[in-house]
Design a binder for this molecule. Sequence first.
Ligand code: GLN
Length: 450
Amino acid sequence: LVRYYLKNIDRNSRLNAFLEVFTDEALEAAKIIDQKLSEGKAGKLAGMIVGLKDNICYKNHKVSASSKILEGFESLYSATVVERLLAEDAIIIGRLNCDEFAMGSSNENSAFGNVLHPIDNTRVPGGSSGGSAVAVAADLCTAALGTDTGGSIRQPASFCGVVGLKPTYGLVSRWGCIAYASSFDQIGPITKNIEDAALMLEVIAGPDEYDATLASISSKYYSRSIATDVSSKKIAVIRDCIENPALDSEIKQHITDIIGKLQTEGNEVTIVDFPYLDYLVPAYYVLTTAEASSNLSRYDGMRYGYRSKNAVDLETTYIKSRSEGFGKEVKRRIMLGTFVLSAGYYDAYYAKAQKVRRILRDKTLDILNKFDFILLPSTPKTAFKFGENNDPISMYLEDIFTVQANLTGIPAISIPSGQHSNGLPFGIQIMSKPFAESDLFSFSSYLINK
Ligand code: GLN
C-alpha cells in the first residue's frame, strides 16, 4: 500500500500537494505494521496511510506552515493527534502543502507554490488545507489531517470531492498545531468516505492535558455508531444561505432537490431566518486577525527558523526577518489584527466583534435547539481559476458559509454531493449541536447517497 501511494505521489508531483515525502520511513513503518498484523497485534489504523497538513508538528521532522519564516525548523515534539495516530499504527507518509499559516482559501498563499486542482489544473484546490484535499482526492494517501479555522477543511474538501470534518471546538487537541487563531482552530480529518472520517476522529479526539480548552468528553466510538437508518429528522435551512445572490444556481438547484427528497422520506425541512449572514465574515476577520497578530509575534528571527542575513542589530533582526520571512497575506493579517487591537480602536473593532460572536452563537444554538441539523452549501461556487479572486475582500467572501461553525464552535462536515455542468464536484455542508459528531456521521452517510 505504501509503495502504491509512493508511486502515485511521484506520478502526480505536478499537483504539488506534498512538501516532503517520508519515503524510507513509511516503508520501514510498513514492515513493522505488517509484522504486527501477522501477529494479530495491529492497531485500528493499521493500513491507513496519512498525510499531515504542514502546520501539524511531527517530532524530528520539518514543519513550515508553508512559510519561509520557519525555514530549517524541525518539530521538537509531536502533536497529540500525531501521537494518537501513530499509537494506532497509522503510517505518516509526508507533509502537505497549504496556505501560509493556514491563511487563505485557494492555496495561492503558500511559499512553496500553488497546489493544483486534480481535475482541472488551471483551477485552485481550495484552501487552506489544499494539499490535504488534493492528496486524498488524487489517491496519494488514504486520508489526511487538515486544520479548519474558518473553513480550511470543508472548502477544499468540497472543491475536490472528498469528505472534510471540522470537529466541535474543544473536541480535538490543538497541542502541536501551529496556531493561527487559537479560539477558532480545530484539527480534523479529510477522507474519501464517512467511515474513515469517523474512525480517524475517534482516534484523535478526547481530553489531553496539554490543551486546556478541551471538553472533558471522552472520545466516542464514532466508527461503530454510524446508523444506516436515519429518519424523521428536523432540518433547518437558512433562508439567507439558500437565497444568497453569491450562490451558484446549479448548487442552489441541487440543494433544493435534496430538500425535496428529504421531505419525501419523512424528514421535516424548515426554511429558517438567520438574518446575520452579513456579520459572519467581518466578525471572523476581525477576531482571527487579532489572534493571529498575537500568535505570529513569536516568529521574530531569533527563536525559530529564518533569520535575515541583512540584519545588523536586534531591531533590524526583527524587522528584516519578518519582512523577508512572511508572505503578503500573512503580513496583511498581522497588520489588520494589530490595528483592531490597538488602543483607541480595540472597543470599536475587537470588543465589538466579540459581542457579535456571542450573539451569533446564541442565535445559532437557538436554531439547533429546535432542529437536529442545519443544511447549507459548503461553498458559493465550484473551484475557481488561479488568479481569479485576486482582491482580498472577494477571497474573504468565499468563506461566507463556513465561518459560522468556527465562530460558534459547532461541528460541521462537508460531504461530496453534486457534480456541476462544468465537470467539477461540489459538497454540501451539515452542521449540528456541539459534540453531536455521531449524529453528523449518521446523517451524512444517509445524505451522501441522495
Ligand atoms: N479561508 C479562511 C481564511 O483565510 C479559512 C482559513 C482556515 O480555516 N484556516 O482565514
